[in-house]
Write a protein that binds this ligand. Structure first.
Ligand code: PRP
Ligand code: URA
Length: 218
C-alpha cells in the first residue's frame, strides 16, 4: 500500500501533530506489548499535550485586572466550554483535557460499532443544555470509518451545538474524508493519519481496539 498522503495537501479539515514528544508516546501506544496501565497513562499524556492547540481558536475577551502593583490588560474566555467523550475510549482522553480545563461541562455519548455492519449503535446520550453557549470538543481516539464521529457530531448539532471540533489520536483517510463530507466545518485534530482501514474496519497500522486496550477487556 502507498504511504498516507500529506494531510496538509489533501485534508483541509485535519491537523496532525508532528511533534516528537507526541509521536514518541503514540509509538509506545501502538506497541502490542504495552499493557493497559501504560496505554491509559500515555493516552492521557498525549491528550494533555494536544489540548493546547485544539483550544487555540477559542475566543477570549480583553479584560482589566489589578495586580498587586498596578492595573493591566488580561484576557478571559467567557464562553461555556463543553467536552464530549464518546464512550468508552473517549473517556481515556477526556480526563486529561478536563484537568487543564476544569471549568468545562461534560456531555457523554455512548456509541458502539456493530462488528459486522461497522455502523454505530447509540446507547447513551447525556448532554448539557444550551450547547451553543460556547465551543464543543468531541473526544474519540479512533476515527476509523468515521461512522461514529459523524453520528456523534449530528447528535451534538441536533442538541444545539454550532461551534464544534474533534480531537482524536489516530485517524484514517477514509474517516477524515467521510467526516469532511458530512460536517465540513469541523476541524479534526489527530496525533496521526494512518494508512487506511482493513477489511474489519480497523485502522492500519493503528493501535488495535482502543477501548479494549484502555480498559484491559481484550
Ligand atoms: C471505537 C472508537 C470509535 C469507533 C471508531 O469504539 O472509540 O468510537 O470505534 O470507529 P468508526 O470510525 O468506524 O465508527 P467502539 O465502537 O469499539 O466502542 P468502545 O470504545 O466501547 O470499545
Ligand atoms: N476502533 C478501534 O478501537 N480501533 C480501530 O482501529 C477502529 C475502530
Amino acid at each position: 500500500m502507498p504511504p498516507a498522503p500529506s494531510p496538509k495537501t489533501h485534508y483541509p479539515n485535519l491537523v496532525v501533530f508532528d511533534h516528537p514528544l507526541i509521536q514518541h508516546k503514540l509509538t509506545l501506544m501502538r506497541d502490542k506489548t504495552t499493557g493497559f496501565m501504560a496505554f491509559r497513562s500515555l493516552m492521557r499524556q498525549i491528550a494533555a499535550l494536544m489540548v493546547f492547540e485544539v483550544t487555540r481558536t477559542f475566543h477570549a475577551e480583553r479584560i482589566q485586572v489589578d495586580t498587586p502593583l498596578e492595573q493591566t490588560t488580561g484576557s478571559r474566555i467567557n464562553a461555556q466550554i463543553t467536552v464530549v467523550p464518546v464512550l468508552r475510549a473517549g473517556l481515556g482522553m477526556a480526563d486529561a483535557i478536563l484537568e487543564v480545563m476544569p471549568e468545562a461541562r461534560v456531555g457523554h455519548l455512548g456509541l458502539a460499532r456493530d462488528e459486522k455492519t461497522l455502523k454505530p449503535i447509540s446507547y447513551l446520550s447525556k448532554l448539557p443544555k444550551h450547547l451553543n453557549a460556547g465551543p464543543v470538543i468531541l473526544v474519540d481516539p479512533m476515527l476509523a470509518t468515521g461512522g461514529s464521529a459523524v453520528a456523534a457530531l449530528t447528535m451534538l448539532r441536533e442538541a444545539g451545538a454550532d461551534d464544534l471540533r474533534m480531537i482524536a489520536l489516530v485517524a484514517s483517510p477514509e474517516g477524515v474524508t467521510t467526516l469532511g463530507e458530512h460536517h465540513p466545518d469541523v476541524k479534526i485534530y489527530a496525533a496521526a493519519l494512518d494508512r487506511g482501514l482493513d477489511e474489519r474496519g480497523y485502522i492500519r497500522p493503528g493501535l488495535g481496539d482502543a477501548g479494549d486496550r484502555l480498559y484491559g477487556t481484550t
